[in-house]
Design a protein around this ligand. Sequence first.
Ligand code: ANZ
Ligand code: ZN
Length: 918
Amino acid sequence: MLQDYKPKDIEAAVQQDWKQRLPFRAEDISSKPKYYCLSMFPYPSGKLHMGHVRNYTIGDVLSRYHSMKGCNVMQPMGWDAFGLPAENAAMANNVPPAEWTYANIEVMRRQLESLGLGLDWSREVTTCKPEYYRWEQWLFTRLFQKGLIYKKTASVNWDPVDHTVLANEQVIDGRGWRSGALVEKRDIPMYFMRISQYAEELLDDLELLKGWPEQVKTMQRNWIGKSHGCEVHFPYDEASVGLAGELKVYTTRPDTLMGVTYVAVAAEHPLAVLAAASNPELERFIAECRRGGMAEADMATMEKKGMDTGLFVAHPLNGGLLPVWVANYVLMGYGEGAVMAVPAHDERDFSFAKKYGLPVKQVIERNRMDSTSGINPFTAEYWQEWYGTTECHVCVHSGKYDGLDFQQAFDAIAADLQAKKLGQKRTQFRLRDWGISRQRYWGCPIPIIHCADCGDVPVPDEQLPVILPEQVTITGGGSPLAKMPEFYEATCPRCGNLARRETDTMDTFIESSWYYARYTSPDCLNGMVDERAQYWLPVDQYVGGIEHAILHLLYARFFNKLMRDVGLFGEILPASATQEHKTKDTEQRQKSFSEPFTNLLTQGMVIAPTFYREDAKGKKLWINPAEVDIETDSRGRPVGARLRSDGQPVVIGGTEKMSKSKNNGVDPQMIIDQYGADTARFFIIFAAPPEQTLEWSDSGVEGAFRFLRRVWNFACSDQVQEEMEPSRVIIPFASYNLEIISEVINANLHEDASDEQKALYREMHVVLKQANFDMQRLQFNTVASACMKILKLLEQQMVIESSSRGFIIFFGFSILLRLLAPIAPHITQTLWRKLGYGEEILSAPWPEADEAALIQDQVELIIQVNGKLRGKMRVAKDADQEMIQRMALEYPTVDKLLAGRDAKKIIVVPGRLINVVI
Ligand code: ANZ
Ligand code: ZN
């Protein structure tokens, strides 16, 4: 009797069963190979969005697939729980951030459960809990003592009305997001992590990451930004500066040194400050620059502004005097905070020089006889052609350097500077040290106590964790911690005097930099991680969004190296250890614990159509796709759309990334409620390869549902049930012995099947073989379509009468269920049991294609030994002599009779028999 496919009931029952039997618990000791599959953990905003669903479905498919392939799989989940939104929500709704966060976690955990993810919840990590963040405080104190964390004054965004520091994302068009006041720069002491010390290693080790997308590695490489250049010192002109000294600059183009016509310094540069002391106009200009607050990215396009300081420096090689300007395009935090300006060969310097009437001196020519040689200098074309390349360069108007190419000039000028002690070659990294203190409440407290006598004293281990008070009211006017004496009053751990506890918290990027390691030892009470980390790390597969391609991944890679170097992964010598101290073993360990993520998959965006209406002022009001009915033409193409509630037309916008701002997000919960998690998962996997953009489509979701219903109906139909009944007894399914099954089926097929039936059976294995290939290269969308093809082949088999049909259906359907299991775990698990294949589909072996079935056309050969009939053997029709002979020798009876001897002669009568003479 046909039962309806009711995903709600099925999924609830299966999830209940998982809750009781815990099949996703990862074993810390196992004889199976380990497979650690990690999806980026969510920020508990309170609502799962489609991006999460895609991310976690991909991770789950990989995890389940590897379980069935025989791995000891760990797939954990947790919460990236600190951060700004909780503070904003606290202000809006008047609830403490902790309360808001924990409530959201409960909601989202239920949502994740309803997706049917195979997660090991016993490893759940919540980063705002003291048992988690105490270990980053512990690490902080270690790194502080090692000098890998240090304190330095740095500028922050200051809101003068709200009296608070703003995060970059809270500054909108230069104004505070709440107050609307013009944001100022303020210098305050901050803590920095010396990531620059690891720049070289972070760059070099990208080579180890064979399983990462090239694109991500390139982004990391550019971010680290190693450049080869030169430090050049310009001696002060004592007459104008009033003291002796040198202005240092960093340049990647020492070959242009003879073309320098001025030098420019950042507004914060000491020389600018010195000049401003006696020049009020300059002082005003500097103040204006500092208010600007400029991101590096805007540097190229913003309007260049500057002012002459009236000071001069001397050219290091020819002694000529060069004016010193303050320029807003020079960054204090980069290089030396000063540049040697070469207007003829640097576009920024050029537009600055033009604006302020400074000289332009060309010192490079292009020695090229092609179309580019005729380009007029200083045109857009010229900059396009010249910028960023040093190919085919020759020096001109450069005295003794005339005629040298780029590298020759670079070397010669560097050597001359060195001889004069006015500079030398230097490689530099773009990567800055990581400012980790935040003047915010909802984060991990920085474990430092400020003592008037002892300075900054790290909190001793036995006083950790420094607990963040959770019962607070957030008003928006600065961190509440700074107003809580019970928090900030402390005694100095060194001298015992009254001292003040640091009220800054850590950048929330810190929590996500090591959570992957904590999952290995989530309950460890006496350390960040324990020896289980050495079993589970590195993560075998990391899955997440491309938006984390730079910072998060770089910080996590950095933390892994820090943890390695404080000895958390066992005894490993630092990279700097001398060769003689390195043994094979330590070197191997050094390598295997250097990088946290062996393979990285960056999933594509989820996009959806947008709809809007314009109000009287032309402002777009975005309408959610769920509220819209789409009209299509006869070919199914959309021709119009109407708002369901009023039946009036709406404008169809473009297809864009699902977002709040365009109101085009589809709520995953709605899809799950309506169609079930299996449908949502199947659609997401089917609609696009994991790394590509996925276009949401309601009809696609419906198609996914219809397919799963067809699977269900097929399995539950009386005819199929009847057909399978005897096979259950005959095929030794519990052993899943492919060889035996293959033999039974192939023998049967041979005896009574029609050509069509054979072809259909063969086709199934062809599809399976391709699906397995696709699975390995993470092309899950074609695995999903393989499932559809196999169902169709089985449906076709059902209309052919034959005695082997039962076997084929029984075995074939088990292949379909297993192939589909990682994608749609509930329906497959339910049918697996219902049809008597076994208890738990997750522990069934992954289906492999039957090579014997793949042989296209077979003939049967009689096997003789010394002319006596000894058996029959099936070979491909087009098998060559050599292959037939080999198969005959391996035939069990022949092999036995040979007893290790060589055959004297093998006679093959094509298509008929084979005679082995012993
Ligand atoms: C002279 C010159 C001539 C330059 C030329 C470029 C082209 P990368 O490659 O990113 O390391 N620079 C140095 N410090 C700077 C600062 N604090 N703010 C803004 N610009 C700065 O860039 C190095 C180049 O960026 C340096 O080489 C310097 O300009 C500029 F035809 O020096 B160059
Ligand atoms: Zn003290």
